[in-house]
Design a protein around this ligand. Structure first.
Ligand SMILES: [Zn+2]
Length: 73
């Protein structure tokens, strides 16, 4: 496995120069959660470690604020 940073595996948030992920902006999180509303792993999200951590935190905050569901049922 190479550590080469290519355009294809570049982090979406890094590409858009997003520093902080707002937990109130739930639409931006939907591509990163599964059908069962679980947070997808970094390999599937194609995010860098920093943004995956921030995204996970934002999703957890959104869940507590009842903006996102914990599970489907
Ligand atoms: Zn990033």
């Amino acid at each position: 496995m190479s550590n080469k940073i290519t355009l294809e595996n570049a982090c979406l948030f890094c590409a858009n120069n997003v520093g902080q992920i707002d937990y109130k902006n739930t639409e931006s999180m939907y591509p990163f959660i599964s059908g069962y509303k679980k947070i997808l792993p970094r390999k599937k999200n194609k995010l860098c470690a920093r943004h995956q951590r921030k995204l996970a935190l934002a999703i957890k905050q959104a869940r507590i604020m009842a903006l996102l569901p914990f599970t489907n049922r």
